[in-house]
Design a protein around this ligand. Structure first.
Ligand code: SF4
Ligand code: FE
Length: 488
């Protein structure tokens, strides 16, 4: 297992093609806007070396028998699935951001079982290719970016109905030694901090859409792959050397639009290539695993936000007000409900034919559906408790100013015994989580990450087994029985 520092060096050595504000940038390790995002992934390495977190962060590989980071593991039991969620809550608490490495973990677990089942039906050799990749990922302790979301163009059309075929990533050439692909993947959190990009189709494909049913892995610095960094609210505060104004200056998450401009993929890196009947399985399983993930990571970030709201109530002298206490109870109730869903879908996990464990898909989708709502309410309550100063406070430069500083100290003070500076730090953290850079990871990602709400509702409809429930109702109501004594 790499240490955090070794991980940072490994990313620094890569020759990624990254653009931001219209300019090429050297990489995440040395860029003030990208570095906090790298630090969040670094935490997944650092914590794995801390004895107190060993049980959650590390596990024995079923392939090599060696101790590996859990982010590279294929779940071997329901207990593994539960520990995954607990690990994610822990990392959310430690970073208060998206630490990005779960997408690759979820992609690897989906591909493990899907390639196995595809080979069994079609006689393909994708599972062997995938095992090879997995062994390297475990051996090298890779961070893998799972790339699913295509840009999708006209949402009323599928991949084959687009006027521009590149709006879904697809194969443009088949060669004896591999394929050439073109397209783009959107919203790629953590791609600048990843060793590999693991591409999957974005929807279930149908016959005629074989070129779009493609999955493969490549190093992120492969020729033809380049990234355009997405803007975040308040992102350039990270350039101002004012840690207080950033709110969470150490950690973050950054997204990119990733372009695949005629990229060659060798045969041994391909995990699906034209088998449209398995694209839906891959999408469904990946979505299920990532919807489970949100019952861990968002809960951990929620813990930080609830703590910040309670602390700011103390600093404001409002902690004894009954409505404040009740709001903190409500926030805790909502947050723990999300966690309950994450644990429940894991506890109900079962083995696939490959041996890898998968979550209960219905409960995982219920988990994520709740995540599309509850963090918004938690955020609303945090803003309520914090008060308006979280969006009107002066800058750190004003606080440090010779003339202005003493006035800010005097007039923006809360209760005795708490430094004005600490109160401002806390308000900026709440601003960061609810409106700033971390709001991408805590708010909007709660809505759209791992699929927008309607995607879960489709799965809930499919998995809810309404017919069985109708039979239950009929049996109790006696519908279909000839008389009350007849049990037939
Ligand atoms: Fe992990 Fe959560 Fe970020 Fe997904 S959103 S990568 S589960 S921290
Ligand atoms: Fe996500």
């Amino acid at each position: 297992m790499m240490t955090g520092d070794q991980y940072v060096e490994s990313i620094r050595k890569m020759k990624m093609d990254i653009y931001m504000f219209g300019e090429k940038v050297s990489g995440a390790a040395d860029n003030p806007i990208l570095r906090p995002s790298l630090n969040s992934v670094k935490a997944t390495y650092d914590l794995a070396h801390m004895p107190e977190y060993e049980d959650l962060m590390t596990v024995t590989s079923h392939l090599s028998g060696k101790k590996i980071n859990r982010f590279c593991h294929i779940h071997q039991s329901a207990e593994d699935l539960i520990k995954k969620v607990k690990m994610q809550r822990l990392l959310g608490q430690k970073t208060a951001s998206c630490y990005q490495r779960c997408v690759g973990m979820d992609a690897m677990n989906s591909l493990y079982s899907t390639t196995f089942e595809c080979d069994a039906k079609h006689g393909t050799a994708y599972h062997k290719n995938f095992l090879n990749f997995l062994k390297q990922a475990q051996e090298n302790d890779w961070t893998v970016d799972g790339a699913m979301t295509d840009t999708k163009g006209d949402r009323g059309q599928g991949p084959s109905g687009q006027s521009d075929p590149d709006l879904y990533l697809h194969v443009v050439e088949r060669r004896p030694d591999g394929i050439v692909v073109r397209g783009a993947k959107a919203h790629q959190t953590g791609i600048t901090n990843s060793h590999q990009v693991l591409v999957m189709p974005t929807v279930a494909m149908k016959p005629g859409e074989e070129d779009y049913a493609v999955s493969f892995s490549l190093p992120v610095d492969t020729k033809g792959i380049f990234m355009i960094i997405g803007r975040q609210s308040c992102d350039t505060r990270k350039l101002e050397n004012t840690a207080i104004d950033v709110g969470n200056s150490e950690f973050g998450g950054v997204e990119a639009l990733v372009i695949f401009d005629n990229v060659f993929v060798p045969n041994e890196n391909i995990f699906l290539n034209g088998e449209v009947d398995f694209s839906g399985m891959l999408v469904e399983r990946f979505a299920g695993y990532h919807r489970q993930s949100y019952g861990g990571c968002k809960v951990g970030v929620g813990d930080v936000l609830i703590g910040a709201a309670a602390l700011v109530a103390d600093y404001n002298g409002a902690h004894k007000a009954s409505h404040v206490k009740d709001k903190l109870i409500e926030m805790t109730h909502l947050n723990e409900t999300l966690y309950s869903c994450g644990i429940a879908c894991s506890s109900e996990g079962y083995a696939t034919s490959s041996g890898g464990y998968i979550i209960d898909l219905l409960l995982a989708n219920v988990c994520k559906q709740n995540v599309t709502r509850f963090p918004y309410e938690i955020t609303r309550l945090a803003e309520d408790i914090a008060g308006g100063l979280m969006v009107t406070a002066p800058s750190e430069k004003d606080l440090r100013h010779e003339k202005l500083g003493p006035y800010i100290e005097k007039y923006l003070k809360g209760v005795d015994g708490v430094a004005t500076e600490d109160r401002l730090k806390l308000l900026r953290l709440i601003e960061n989580l609810t409106l700033g850079t971390a709001a991408v990871g805590y708010r909007t990602e709660s809505m759209h990450g791992a699929g927008s709400p309607q995607a879960q509702r489709i799965m809930i409809a499919r998995q809810g087994n309404i017919d069985h429930k109708k039979e239950l109702a009929k049996a109790i109501a006696g519908i279909g029985r000839c008389c009350s004594d007849c049990k037939k």
